[in-house]
Design a protein around this ligand. Structure first.
Ligand code: NAD
Ligand code: ZN
Length: 247
């Protein structure tokens, strides 16, 4: 029933916007942070994912990031990513705002992807600014820990993701909030909606009059603001919605 209601709503969108979190990539084999089996049941997030701890000890950061990077680089888009790309191609979505850093929306063919937390596909030297593909650094991790900059030798090579304690990318945040203010349909997928300021995006959309759909494995704090809530797996739910609207 709620599938049909969600499809009806998406079909009315003139300016549909999606916000995605780690849950949309769970079925691609990339573990989420929160939720069942989430990484934070194993690690202390502030210890492994803050800029302070990275600067204090890049080796510890990379020893955790090595395994996660291997998984993320091998991951392929799942039917949820594909359905979102199809909805954009069919004109139901103008953009995807994502909290993910895995690049899977782009791999699925989504054209306008706003990465609020940066991208894990590149690595930057904090000393000289040299950019290198994460895949190249990933190969070096097997023989060099921490990896060093090929230009200046610095040990402070950091993936271009936003760590705790770092500012949000201003342009991405600006674009996301502007799109949210114009949205008529807000589709939230696989986000626990507890990470701020990313969670502001659907709030801004709803305040500006957007009708919201939430698709998540478990309840979120914003379910009560949504017109349709579907508790399920995005890789199963999104293709069914796309099929109902012919996307
Ligand atoms: P989160 O880990 O806090 O929450 C993920 C949510 O997805 C949970 O509420 C969970 O119940 C739900 N979920 C799990 N499997 C699902 C499925 N198959 N279908 C639908 N929902 C499912 O993620 P978050 O809110 O995005 O915040 C954590 C931050 O960590 C992110 O903002 C991101 O920056 C980073 N992160 C990125 C990745 C990635 O790039 N794939 C993975 C983990 C964490
Ligand atoms: Zn350098």
């Amino acid at each position: 029933m709620s599938l049909e209601r969600a499809a009806e709503l998406v079909a009315t969108a003139q300016h549909g916007l999606a916000l995605t979190g780690a849950g949309v990539s769970a079925e691609s084999g990339i573990p989420t942070f929160r939720g069942e089996g989430g990484l934070w049941t194993k690690y202390d997030p502030v210890k492994v994912s803050s800029i302070e701890s990275f600067l204090a000890d890049p080796t510890s950061y990379w020893s955790v990031s090595k395994d996660r990077g291997r998984v993320a680089l091998a991951a392929r888009p799942n039917p949820g990513h594909m359905a979102l790309a199809a909805m954009e191609a069919a004109g139901y979505l103008v953009a995807i705002v994502t909290q993910n850093t895995d690049g899977l929306h782009q791999d699925a063919g989504s054209k306008r992807v706003i990465e609020l937390h940066g991208s894990g596909r590149m690595v930057r030297c904090l000393e000289c600014g040299r950019l290198e593909a994460r895949s190249a650094v990933q190969t070096r991790l097997e023989v060099e820990m921490p990896p060093r900059c090929l230009t200046c030798g610095s040990a402070f090579l950091k993936p271009t993701v936003i760590l705790f304690g770092e500012p949000m990318p201003a342009a991405a945040m600006h674009d996301a909030l502007e799109l949210a203010g114009q949205a008529d349909v807000m589709l939230v997928v696989g986000s626990s909606l507890v990470v701020h300021p990313a969670a502001e995006v659907p709030l801004v959309a709803v305040r500006a009059g957007a009708r919201m759909i939430v698709i998540n494995a478990e309840p979120t704090p914003f379910d009560r603001f949504a017109e349709v809530v579907i508790h399920g797996r995005s890789g199963e739910v999104l293709p069914q919605i796309a099929a109902l609207i012919g996307a």
